[in-house]
Design a protein around this ligand. Structure first.
Ligand code: HH2
Length: 263
């Protein structure tokens, strides 16, 4: 089976890559259905940007943004909700979401109470300040032990489906992100299914430009996004979180093609 592809659907005015494009619920639904047609296995609906420097959104507003879109999409595809708030996760699950994508890695009790899946993502600090000089002794060891602890806690608490995500770009420099990609097989070896999200993130713009070139703007990060999604899948990630669903589904199909396939 090929690795899974989670399509990003930000119902926000200010997300770093697609802010404002799908803020209108009808446009969000249309984009969600388009991602389904492109082969998305999961559509991840978020109502609060977590880009570096983002300010928090009130729960009532986040709820208003995501619930109608989730209700409209759940007949067509598995939906996850990208939130840090228990009340929003509860409302999203009531609306049909079956996976809580949790950048705060703290909401497993909601998943346990409702019998849905949970993604624990590693983040250092909060989006507002996380990129202010992040430092680690050993980023790979610290991220792995954090995720192992949280995942075991959730399993002991009764969550049957637990994913772990190293949180590329969340309180991490480009060098930290690269270390996490290079050492992904170790995270995979810990035994929990791994989700990785590199799509269109700023480190791709910097690293793909080489030492002297200007960093690629967000609209020119498709090659870097596909390269790193393919890298992650080849290293054992079971799912990648992306904006460019169609191209990534092709890459996932190739990575998942068994030896000997000729079509
Ligand atoms: N990245 C973003 C948001 N949620 N969730 C997981 N599990 N892993 C990620 O890497 C991840 C995530 C940031 O990307 P995006 O949603 O496109 O932007 P914004 O936070 O500005 O809405």
């Amino acid at each position: 089976m090929r690795p899974l592809v989670m399509g990003v659907l930000n119902v926000t005015p200010d997300s770093f890559a697609d802010g404002g494009r799908y803020f209108d619920p009808e446009k969000a639904l249309a984009r969600g259905l388009e991602m389904v047609a492109e082969g998305a296995d999961v559509v991840d609906v978020g109502g609060e940007s977590s880009r570096p420097g983002a300010e928090p959104v009130a729960a009532a507003e986040e709820h208003r943004r995501v619930v109608p879109v989730i209700e409209a999409l759940t007949p067509h595809v598995r939906v996850s909700v990208d939130t840090r708030k228990a009340s929003v996760a509860e409302a999203a699950v009531a609306a049909g979401a079956t996976l809580v994508n949790d950048i705060s890695a703290s909401l497993w009790p909601v998943a346990a109470d409702h019998g849905v899946g949970w993604v624990a993502m590693h983040m250092r600090g909060t989006p507002t300040t996380m990129q202010d000089d992040p430092r680690y002794g050993d980023v790979v060891a610290e991220v792995r032990s954090f995720l192992r602890r949280r995942a075991r806690e959730a399993i002991d608490g009764g969550v049957a489906e637990v994913w772990v995500d190293p949180g590329i770009g969340f309180g991490k420099t480009a060098a930290h992100n690269l270390s996490l990609l290079h050492h992904l097989p170790e995270l995979v070896d810990d035994g929990f299914p791994v989700l990785v999200g590199t799509s269109r993130k700023s480190f791709l713009g910097r690293l793909s430009a080489g030492p002297d070139g200007p960093a690629a703007p967000v609209a020119q990060r498709l090659a870097g996004s596909l390269a790193t999604a393919t890298w992650a899948m080849a290293a054992g990630a079971a799912m990648v979180r992306v904006h460019d669903v169609g191209a990534t589904v092709q890459a996932a199909t190739l990575v998942g093609a068994p030896e000997g396939s000729d079509r």
